[in-house]
Design a protein around this ligand. Structure first.
Ligand code: BES
Ligand code: MN
Ligand code: MN
Length: 464
């Protein structure tokens, strides 16, 4: 009781500060959302620096002792810190200021880089993933710092290459182990079940992302003169891809499932307790049925089972009207989502070997491994998990449910390996936020709830 009273007193002023500054927080987030920091596009390179500068200045403004832009071989990252006492634990906040391309632009109801509030939601590319979510941390830090209620040391590392596979961050971590030393890494870059059903992400899938090229004849041929007599690489690529899964929707690459961790019946029963409505799930994305690996539920299919998906396929003639050719080349981008204990490099090698072995006569295959990383599982009995759970319980009035997400943040596994620190994933996004899609959005409710919840995490994590 005594302890509870103390927490309430310390936190009261931070929460009052948040309440009094809500509108300004939103306007500041809008400034960040207006910067088109698309890491995948060379033409947005200058915007990456503008976004990084904006975050650096925010950190300095809200109370960091020090903040700077760190150059990498790719896009810059922002590092900042606030030192309180060497006797207190250090929390490293990770997030990413880069966003996915906004295309197809014509499907946006409001411009992607002009944040607009509609029905209590912020519409903009990055509104959730991850500008909206990382900004909650900056504002939670501001509230604590301005009311003298921060009871731990804070470090911020906000990168600009997450959406392209964090190609520079691994090296940066290896070269800056001392700088990044911390007790726990705190990340808001995931989601929760619903606005009234808080959850903590305790699993992420790994990833192997491949690009394949299939070559037939040395040039596009007249499809009348050659059609039927020469292997058509697009026809062949379709067959090859179709053969990668069987009638049970299992992946047919030899050895693919060898390292997959099988959950016990108890663990699966525990997972099945999380509230889930298949009807809502289908309605939300307007499909008439779900399809996936035989013998597993929808949540299991994304949470504990791997998947193989074609992300894009192209080749031949796709312009207006009809052009009669038998194309020389066909391409596809294929991703495999992995689960513990699959290893991304090993899976990429198995894929390459298999794909080469199934190349039909008259074609040659070229396989490239674009990027990848390992999955992640978080225990639920650590100080950090329990602190996060208590924080959610206080602000949502309900205990959060541990859930395994199908998404990937490959750098999380690398943090553990290189920095020896675990991560806690306090995500506040919703499935309906449409991340990576047109009309990405983030409800104001989630944005403010996140800002309110984060300070309690620090409080509970650092209390003795
Ligand atoms: N924030 C997402 C990942 C995510 C979203 C995890 C929701 C769980 C719930 C992240 O920005 C992302 O999009 N990751 C990529 C992987 C990356 C290597 C391109 C992904 O999952 O496709
Ligand atoms: Mn993200
Ligand atoms: Mn993303």
């Amino acid at each position: 009781m005594q302890k509870k009273y103390q927490i309430e007193k310390i936190m009261k002023s931070a929460q009052e500060y948040i309440n009094a500054n809500k509108e300004r927080f939103l306007q500041e987030l809008f400034e960040l959302l207006r910067i088109p920091s698309v890491s995948a596009k060379p033409e947005n390179k200058p915007d990456m620096l503008i976004a990084a500068e904006f975050i650096k200045n925010e950190l300095l403004k809200v109370g960091a002792d020090h903040a700077e832009i760190k150059e990498t071989k790719g896009h810059p990252l922002v590092y900042g810190e606030k030192f309180v006492s060497k006797d207190l634990p250090t929390v490293l906040v990770y997030g990413h200021y880069d966003v996915q391309p906004a295309e197809p632009l014509d499907l946006w109801k409001t411009p992607a880089f002009e944040p607009t509030i509609v029905d209590g939601k912020i519409y903009a590319r990055g509104a959730d993933d991850d500008k909206g979510q990382l900004f909650m941390h900056i504002k939670a830090f501001e509230a604590m710092s301005k009311t003298n209620s921060l009871k731990c040391n804070l470090k911020f590392m906000i990168e600009g290459e997450e959406e392209i596979g964090s190609p520079s961050l691994g090296d940066f971590c290896k070269e800056n182990k001392e700088l990044l030393k911390c007790d726990i890494i705190l990340v808001s870059d995931t989601g929760m079940i619903a606005q009234d059903i808080p959850s903590i992400t305790v699993g992420l899938r790994g990833l192997s992302y491949m690009e394949v090229e299939l070559t037939g004849p040395n040039r596009d041929l007249h499809s009348g003169l050659y059609g039927g007599a020469v292997a058509n690489p697009i026809n062949m690529l379709c067959k090859m891809i179709a053969s990668l899964t069987n009638e049970k929707n299992q992946i047919t690459i030899p050895g693919f499932y060898d390292d997959v961790l099988i959950l016990s019946a108890e663990e699966r029963a525990e997972m099945a307790k999380a509230p889930f409505s298949l009807e809502n799930y289908k309605n939300e994305i307007e499909i008439n049925d779900v399809v996936g690996e035989e013998g597993f539920s929808t949540n299991e299919r994304t949470g504990i089972r791997p998947a193989l998906d074609v992300n894009g396929i192209w080749g031949g003639y796709t312009g207006d009207g009809a052009k009669t050719i038998l194309p020389s080349k066909a391409y596809a981008k294929i991703s495999m989502r992995l689960v513990p204990h699959q290893k991304s490099q090993k899976i990429a090698d198995l894929f390459e070997k298999h794909f080469n072995s199934i190349a039909p006569k008259g074609t040659t295959v070229n396989v490239k491994y674009l990027h990848g990383g390992e999955g992640f599982v978080s225990p639920t009995d650590t100080k950090a998990y329990l602190a996060a759970a208590k924080a959610y319980e206080l602000t949502f009035g309900k205990k959060p449910i541990p859930t395994r997400s199908g998404g990937s943040i490959p750098i999380i596994a690398l943090f553990e390996e290189v920095l020896g620190a675990k991560s806690i994933l306090m995500g506040f996004g919703l499935e309906s936020d449409a991340i990576h899609s047109p009309n990405e959005n983030y409800p104001l409710f989630n944005f403010y709830k996140g800002i309110e919840t984060i300070p309690y995490f620090y409080q509970f994590y650092t209390e003795k």
